[in-house]
Design a protein around this ligand. Structure first.
Ligand code: HEM
Length: 277
């Protein structure tokens, strides 16, 4: 059998004049962004799990924004593709809690103090995600006053319609009778359930074959909210297993706060309508 060299097999070994994998991905920057401030063995896990979740959140926001524009332009099919990707990312994020669950209370306690008041509560990408889904609270914006660039970015997103707002516009365009107050609502307020929207979704579900795109859109939105609830639940349970009922580094009651957040519904009528069948 002939022994081919790597070059003969077509495998490059000289990248001097080409962009490399590390150049393209800016690996120098990426892999030097983990800077533990203690010498504790478990701190790299803590940093990386947060960074990985932030990276996936970045892609989620990218997809969600594009899906929102697509739905508003009536391009519902491309939006389905993006929403399917979002939900798969969400399952990666849910799964990520399994890795963090290997951190025991004793291990975490060894470096918790060095975190000071830093908390996932201050994750601005998570807030952008909530805004993109229609959950807006003035008090949340105030947290970011210290950093003008982030504050301006969040404030801009605060006044934008959510993916659910544009889904409701799609219902209106399809001829469903949506109350004008909903169509002209103030987008800087958290979306609240409204009867004409529930009736419209009910008709969509009752006549799925006549409203196939809207029916699928409803289910994609339910997939998204369902996965987000699972993420929140796994976060709450992981926190409980690591810090019990201690207060959070962000100053909240901790698990109690995270349990309360679980009750929020982004697309309320899509859940309410299920009781009606
Ligand atoms: C040992 C690990 C963790 C603990 C003990 C923990 C604990 C907490 C607690 C107690 C809160 C409530 C706010 C506070 O008082 O701090 C919170 C909020 C939050 N955490 Fe974590 N967390 C952990 C890991 C993570 C990770 C890996 C992420 C991923 C980015 C994350 C994202 C968030 C977000 C987005 C919030 C805000 C939730 C909301 O306001 O609805 N956490 N966390």
């Amino acid at each position: 059998m002939t022994n081919y060299t790597r070059e003969e097999k077509g495998i490059h070994t000289d990248f001097r004049n080409n962009m490399t994998y590390a150049d393209y991905l800016q690996l120098d920057g990426l892999l030097s962004s983990q800077k533990p401030i203690s010498s504790h063995h478990d701190e790299p896990l803590f940093i990386i799990i947060h960074q990985v979740q932030e990276l996936w959140m970045k892609l989620t926001l990218h997809e969600l924004r594009a899906a929102t524009v697509a739905i508003d332009n009536g391009d519902i099919q491309p939006a389905f593709k993006m929403l399917a990707r979002v939900t798969r990312i969400q399952y990666q994020l849910i799964q990520a809690w399994e890795v963090l669950s290997t951190l025991t209370p004793a291990e975490y306690l060894e470096f918790r103090d060095i975190l000071g008041n830093a908390s996932g509560f201050q994750s601005y990408q998570y807030r952008l995600l909530e805004f993109a889904l229609g959950y807006k609270k003035d008090a949340i914006l105030k947290i970011y006053k210290k950093d003008q660039k982030i504050y301006d970015m969040l404030q801009k997103a605060f006044y934008q319609p959510s993916i659910y707002d544009v889904a409701i516009r799609a219902l209106d365009r399809a001829g469903f009778d949506i109350h004008s107050q909903v169509l002209n609502r103030d987008y800087s307020k958290t979306y609240e359930a409204e009867a004409s929207v529930k009736n419209a979704w009910k008709k969509v579900y009752e006549n799925a074959s006549d409203n196939w795109e809207l029916y699928q859109l409803a289910e994609k939105l339910v997939d998204l909210e369902d996965a987000l609830s699972q993420w929140r639940f796994r976060h709450m349970k992981t926190v409980e297993r690591i810090i019990g009922h201690k207060v959070g580094t962000g100053g909240s009651s901790g698990v109690g706060y995270l349990k309360n957040v679980l009750d929020h519904r982004f697309f309320p009528e899509l859940w309410d309508v299920r009781t009606e069948f």
